[in-house]
Write a protein that binds this ligand. Structure first.
Ligand code: ACO
Ligand code: ZN
Length: 481
């Protein structure tokens, strides 16, 4: 995009008037397009002002800090409302206009915090804000403490202490964050502090990964160039040197818990969120960096975690995981699911999903993922459901004396362990259901069958039920998790 000098100076003039909550076209980092974005936060520094922006029609993982040169102020929309009043109970130290936009479809966003960011978006303030919100909905008291296993100075003595105790240190004292519902994580928090990414980079195993979203790592981890995570025990450190020191002493080469599945180089470890609390909490913290619609809670007791790994001579490298409530009143068989970004789009997401349904088959139940699903979660589940259901339908043979094969929805559910609602929504989405002469008919066209076969040929890695060594526990009978 080229601009005349006149328009350039007009833009620069109006940059000074930009406040948090304004909306204007912003040049996107990844595409150089100019979509409408909202200013979430403004930071003053020596080089001028930088702006944290959210692109209105895009996922929050694309939110970013931009300089003035990327703002087109000619089309700026100011937030409507009383200037000078804040929109939350939190004292942000600045006067933020109420975010009421003229467009009825636009969602008012949260107010913002002043810089410096390191102070504003983590540590005490985050925990306090989360707690305030969550306490309102407290259902049960939590025994577990928050996790922090980083050490500020990371002396050999610190290393020794943490490896000897192998236990939890605390972040922000003994704050316990209550669970809101039966789920590990239900997103209700829309506060500015949790809207801004706070970790710039993580290094885990041989990968450097840019986080997508906020995660409540402790204060001293925030705004470092990178944080360093042990790929086997998931403890985090401030520098590579600290991590190297840790790795020399870390006894793990695989996740804790029991290896309940192994085929080729793929294994799955089952661990109990109560027995392996530190690992489970660090896993949730890591996952939060890539999960937006979920809020992190520290009560991992009611969950089991299934960690998928890939083996090589150095050990069992984490690829992804899902968590599952020990008891779910809503038939959820997955709470949170994640493939780490370097492994994404290689079929591991569907492999994890397939594994979750294999567990449900062993339990003799149908199950469904916890709602809401993320955009990528929905894509992956839709694709899995479609393939699993088509597999069943295509392999059907007509019964004796029948011209066409017959199956009921319940039979599809039994064979796949996919919950009825999901089976119906999948068949509906695929536009397969027709009503003809008083009965429902599923008609599968040749093209659909062909394309399904091609997809299944591409899907090389599959779960092999023979390699799963697992007996479900009846948690309701145990009385205690
Ligand atoms: N863009 C377009 N399509 C995608 C993308 C993408 N970025 N990522 C995955 N897909 C599609 C794939 O094309 C594939 O469909 P297809 O086989 O029909 O082509 C399907 O989704 C699954 O792909 P996989 O390679 O098997 O899945 P992946 O390993 O990438 O993992 C997952 C999917 C787990 C959702 C991953 O994207 C992730 O971890 N995202 C961040 C966390 C998240 O959103 N988790 C789900 C939250 S919902 C819940 O927890 C219940
Ligand atoms: Zn370790």
């Amino acid at each position: 995009m080229t601009m005349s000098e006149d328009s350039n100076s007009a833009i620069l003039d109006s940059v000074a008037n930009i406040t948090e909550g304004c909306r204007l076209p912003v040049r996107m980092g990844i595409s150089s397009d100019w979509p409408l974005a909202e200013i979430i936060s403004i930071q003053e520094n020596d080089d001028g002002r930088t702006f944290y922006v959210h692109y209105i029609d895009y996922n929050k993982r694309l939110d970013e800090w931009v300089g003035e040169d990327r703002l087109d102020t000619r089309k700026i929309q100011y937030p409507r409302g009383d200037l000078g009043s804040t929109t939350t109970g939190l004292n942000t130290g600045i006067n933020t206009p109420k975010k009421l936009f003229t467009n009825p479809n636009s969602r008012p966003s949260s107010p913002v915090l002043p810089g410096p960011m390191a102070e504003a978006i983590t540590g005490q303030s985050v925990m306090a804000a989360l707690q305030q919100k969550q306490q309102k909905n407290r259902k049960r008291k939590l025994e577990s403490e928050a996790v922090c296993n980083s050490s500020t100075n990371c002396t050999p003595e610190d290393e020794r202490r943490s490896s000897v105790s192998g236990d939890l240190n605390l972040v922000d004292g003994q704050q316990a964050v209550p669970r809101q519902t039966g789920s590990l994580a239900t997103h209700t928090d829309d506060h500015a502090i949790t809207r801004i990414k706070n970790i710039r980079m993580i290094e885990i195993g041989r990968y450097r990964i840019k986080p997508w979203y906020f995660a409540p790592y402790p204060q001293e981890m925030v705004n470092l160039e990178c944080i360093y995570i042990c790929e086997f025990c998931l403890k985090f450190r401030k520098s590579r040197k600290c991590l190297e020191r840790h790795v020399q002493k870390c006894p793990f080469k695989h996740p804790p818990g029991n290896e309940i599945y192994r085929k080729g180089i793929i294994s799955v470890f089952e661990l109990d969120g109560r027995k392996n609390k530190l690992y489970a909490q660090n896993l949730c913290l890591l996952a939060k960096l890539f999960l937006d619609h979920k809020t992190l809670y520290y009560d991992t007791d009611p969950f089991l975690f299934y960690v998928m790994t890939e083996y090589d001579a150095k050990g069992y490298h984490i690829v992804g995981y899902f968590s599952k409530e020990k008891e779910s009143s809503e038939d959820y068989n997955v709470a949170c699911i994640l493939t780490l970004p370097p492994y994404q789009r290689k079929g591991f997401g569907k492999l994890l999903i397939e594994f979750s349904y294999e567990l449900s088959k062993f339990e003799g139940k149908t199950g469904s993922p916890e709602k809401p699903l993320s955009d990528l979660g929905l894509l992956s589940y839709r694709s899995y459901w479609k393939q699993a259901i088509l597999d069943v339908l295509i392999s059907l043979k007509p019964q004796e004396g029948q011209e066409k094969p017959m199956i009921t929805i319940n039979e599809i559910c039994e064979q796949t362990s996919i919950k009825k609602d999901d089976v119906i929504s999948t068949l509906t989405n695929m536009e397969l259901i027709n009503y003809y002469r008083g009965q429902y008919i599923l008609s599968l066209g040749k093209d659909l069958i062909e394309s399904h076969k091609k997809c299944m040929d591409i899907r090389k890695i599959r779960i092999d039920a023979k390699c799963l060594h697992w007996t479900p526990k009846d948690w309701a009978k145990r009385g205690k998790w």
